[in-house]
Design a binder for this molecule. Structure first.
Ligand code: TXA
Ligand code: MG
Length: 317
């Protein structure tokens, strides 16, 4: 049975332990309930996608405490600093350039060079962030395609056994997801309308919010692929590896003497494979080789999302 409990000090402590072990904890925010995991733990982030049954790796919002030094995670500029100043903590998510070398899982960014950050105002969310000292990757705590949950009971109905714990903070006061704004090269884009009205943001920025840049719309599948298009060609469903190829393996490697080989999961575990996907792809792409041969991945469970990403990475720009 999933533990659904009021957010007492003891319960928060228990949630911190679960998160540190890489497990999932659902927690209330002022908008909707989030399905949280340690944002720096690839396996835990992969478990989010598994629990939600997402057929694709959409990038996730990473939740931070009020005291989080943001420059460890992203690159700030005057526009983003002004928005942080005015709207945090609160229901505004900022999509900013990832800082090079940040510890946040690449899977949380779905391989993009940007990171979505939000500092929730809900006291239980803040208590959990502070007590854990973690940044929490958290999409809305519903199965993929279902409506966002605004009570702990909604979360239990939708995700049940998939979460270690649900912190019951009562009904979410806003019930509408955060507004998502991307800042890029001094311009501001509205990626998702939400709980903070456009006009309030435009007043602070002193400029109008633009429609999403075509490439940054994660809901537009064909376009997103270019973001993680590797330098090298990808050869999918490889049954062998050529001497001038790098091999992205899954399970026992296929025959051949590739330039290099990284294994998504020697045991053939799809959650582990998802956790390694973007980091391994990047590492192999940095190698001196002609192409990256990718072994077949079973198209079940998280394999579907992995294959979706691989197909896009293999598609010509
Ligand atoms: O109110 C909220 O924002 C709630 C609570 C839990 O914080 N969270 C939420 O998460 O609505 P989710 O995963 O259901 O929606 C996150 C949205 C997705 O549409 C995703 O594509 C977008 O944020 N997103 C995340 N990272 C992004 C990025 N780097 N670039 C563009 N869009 C991004
Ligand atoms: Mg959602």
């Amino acid at each position: 049975m999933t533990l659904c409990t009021p957010p007492t000090t003891a319960a928060i402590r228990q949630a911190v332990t679960a998160l540190a072990e890489g497990r999932l904890v659902a927690f209330p925010t002022e908008t909707v309930y989030g399905l949280g995991a340690d944002a720096c733990n690839d396996q835990a982030v992969a478990a989010i996608f598994k629990a939600k049954g997402r057929p694709r790796f959409n990038p996730l919002i990473v939740h931070v405490s009020e005291h989080q030094p943001l420059e460890e995670l992203v690159v700030l500029d005057p526009l983003s600093e002004a928005l942080v100043q005015h709207f945090w903590p609160g229901p505004l998510t900022l999509v900013l350039k990832r800082r090079k070398g940040t510890a946040v899982s690449l899977l949380a960014s779905a391989g993009l060079d940007t990171l979505a950050l939000r500092c929730p105002a809900h006291p239980v969310a803040q208590a959990l962030l502070k007590a854990s000292g973690l940044c929490l990757a958290a999409p809305s705590a519903n199965p993929s395609g279902a409506i966002s949950p605004t009570t702990a009971a909604h979360v239990a109905e939708g995700l049940g056994e998939q979460v270690a714990m649900i912190l019951d903070g009562g009904r979410c006061t806003l019930g509408l997801e955060s507004t998502i704004v991307q800042i890029s090269e001094g311009k501001a884009f509205l990626l998702r309308p939400g709980a903070v009205p456009r006009e309030a943001i435009e007043a602070v920025l002193g400029q109008n919010l633009r429609p999403p840049p075509a490439r940054a719309t994660p809901s537009a599948p064909g376009q997103l692929s270019r973001h993680y298009a590797p330098r090298h060609a990808l050869r999918l469903n490889a049954g062998d590896a050529a001497p001038d190829e790098a091999l992205l393996a899954f399970g026992a490697p296929v025959p051949g003497t590739p330039v290099a080989c990284l294994n998504l999961s020697p045991e053939g575990d799809l959650t582990e494979a998802a956790a390694n996907l973007f980091a391994h792809l990047r590492a192999l792409d940095a190698m001196d080789c002609r192409a990256i041969a990718v072994m077949p991945i079973p198209d079940i469970g998280l394999g579907e999302a992995i294959n979706d990403r691989l197909r896009r990475a293999a598609a010509p720009a």
